[in-house]
Design a protein around this ligand. Structure first.
Ligand SMILES: Cc1cc2nc3c(=O)[nH]c(=O)nc-3n(C[C@H](O)[C@H](O)[C@H](O)COP(=O)(O)OP(=O)(O)OC[C@H]3O[C@@H](n4cnc5c(N)ncnc54)[C@H](O)[C@@H]3O)c2cc1C
Length: 482
């Protein structure tokens, strides 16, 4: 089959999935007015794979069929492969201005990382490794779009999974059958779940005690599996004139909670289960984080380039771009771009082949710098948009359509910028408000804070893992030097 078109992606979503938006069960997500704009944005990414202008960047030849398949499935075996992967990810991210954190390339990358280290799964049983490889092939050849849900519902974080009053608050195994595992419980937050073909599940954070074998399970099933409910948050999609909501009108990824009511997971789709040690160590042991961090840093780079560009336009629009204080702020924003870009390049430059599988892994530490700093950079960038936009973020008509109304002349006169017309200034500042002030924008701030996990734990983990020996030795050296 190979790469899908946007139309094929959309048809694939017209199934029996159980998606809830408020009290409405959405019969066909592709026909829902609040979902359709995002689905169209995702479909465009699939169409880009067929466009001669992007085909070579976005696809490569399938090792099995020889047909073009998505390049985010490429298992990197050289630095050049890593560069090609980054270029692919960046091209898709740029097409959505970095606003789609969970575009298909994110989980394609995770499934690719699993397949690259399928031997990890063989520790449970050689068949598990086979399943991983078969699933990876299936995903690649069918251009599958996955979401994932790893976190337990936020009820009482002072208790472990096993200590919760309801043993199936957190997703767990109810029983084994000849067909597979019956699972019950809930997982959050599955971004893009209504738009995904399949859902990948495993417990995170990977704290599992010996008493928690029931919760040690790693599987992937179709979103349209009987008994699986997808409960969406409020939609942040804004209908109406596109210039009023240039981002929220197109890119609301949607976030959801997945509820499993005694769902059958066929054995073919169970990759690990019951072994707390193996499941807990999966993320680190199978070297998943190097690969996914390469993707997430690249997507973040695209987004902050866009934000910096917006800040520069805003400064010019109101004639403050030459003020030293504003330039200092813009300079700080530009350093963020350079830090993330440098982290990516450093990770590729220091990439090494893992002798166990011949796969080229980007260096982890520089990528973790990107991961730990994104939750600090993004709120700061949003503060800059507010500081720079100031009252201009409120000096906006309810709709750009007002420019063509009886008050249009007033708007032309009072809503223009230093060197730009009122329609241009209004459009620019509407974009800024959508990014920083809308419910969509607020969600993006939350996303950048938490998408890679709890930011404080990430930073603490960086310290714990950091190779401190040389730094400690320097201090000892001073003491031992007469
Ligand atoms: C917009 C968005 C999209 C997301 N998309 C996905 C997705 O696609 N797939 C997915 O699997 N997950 C997704 N997530 C979930 C994300 O991984 C989690 O939000 C993140 O790991 C933090 O976990 P939590 O939300 O359960 O916070 P909690 O663990 O409940 O933490 C809440 C607060 O309590 C603090 N805290 C928690 N435990 C302790 C402790 N022991 N000591 C001190 N402080 C503590 C935390 O620091 C935090 O400030 C998404 C989250 C957001 C916000």
């Amino acid at each position: 089959m190979g790469i899908r078109t946007g139309a094929e992606f959309i048809r694939g979503l017209q199934d029996e999935r159980e998606v809830w938006l408020g009290k409405e069960r959405v019969k066909d997500v592709t026909a829902h007015p609040l979902f359709r704009p995002t689905i169209d944005s995702l479909a465009r990414l699939y169409d880009m794979q067929h466009d001669a202008a992007y085909r070579d960047v976005l696809t490569y030849r399938s090792p099995t069929s020889g047909q073009p398949v998505g390049l985010s499935f490429l298992i990197p075996r050289s630095r050049d492969d890593l560069v090609r992967r980054r270029q692919m990810i960046k091209t898709w991210a740029d097409a959505t201005y970095g606003m789609m954190g969970r575009s298909a390339d994110f989980l394609n990358t995770m499934v690719m990382a699993w397949a690259a280290k399928s031997d990890y799964f063989a520790q449970q049983h050689p068949e598990c490794a086979e399943r991983v490889r078969r699933y990876y092939d299936y995903c690649r050849e069918h251009d599958v779009f996955l979401t994932h849900a790893l976190i337990d519902p936020q009820v009482d974080r002072s208790k472990t999974r096993a200590e919760q009053a309801d043993p199936y608050l957190c997703l767990g195994i109810v029983r084994e059958t000849r067909q597979g595992l019956i699972v019950r419980g809930s997982k959050m937050i599955a971004t893009a779940a209504p738009f995904a073909d399949e859902i990948l599940v495993w417990p995170f954070p990977p704290t599992l005690t010996e008493a928690e074998a029931r919760y040690a399970l790693v599987f992937i099933i179709p979103v349209a599996t009987p008994g699986l409910k997808i409960i969406c948050r409020e939609s942040f999609t804004k209908l109406g004139h596109p210039a009023d909501h240039p981002l929220s009108g197109r890119f609301d990824e949607m976030d959801a909670v997945a509820v499993f009511d005694d769902v059958l997971v066929p054995w073919e789709r169970v990759f690990l289960y019951g072994d707390v040690r193996l499941v807990a160590n999966l993320y680190v042991g199978a070297r998943i984080r190097e690969m996914t961090a390469h993707q997430t840093n690249t997507r973040f780079l695209s987004k902050i380039e866009f934000v910096y560009g917006l800040l520069c336009h805003m400064a010019e629009a109101i004639g403050v771009h030459n003020a030293p204080a504003i330039q200092e702020m813009l300079g700080e924003a530009a350093t963020f771009i350079e830090i993330i870009r440098s982290a990516l390049l450093a990770a590729e430059l220091q990439a090494e082949v893992d002798p166990s599988n011949g796969v080229m892994y980007p260096a982890l530490q520089p990528l973790q710098v990107g991961r730990t700093w994104a939750p600090r950079m993004y709120p700061r960038l949003m503060e800059m948009v507010r500081r720079l936009g100031a009252g201009g973020l409120m000096q906006l008509p309810a709709s750009v359509e007002a420019l063509d109304s009886p008050i249009g002349r007033d708007l032309q006169q009072y809503y223009r910028g230093a060197h730009i017309s009122a329609p241009e200034k209004v459009r620019l500042f509407k974009l800024a408000w959508d990014l920083v002030g809308s419910d969509f924008g607020s969600r993006h701030l939350l996303y950048e804070l938490f998408y890679a996990g709890d930011p404080s734990m990430l930073m603490a983990g960086f310290h714990r893992e950091f190779d401190k020996r040389a730094c400690l030795a320097r201090v000892q050296e001073l003491f031992s030097t007469p």
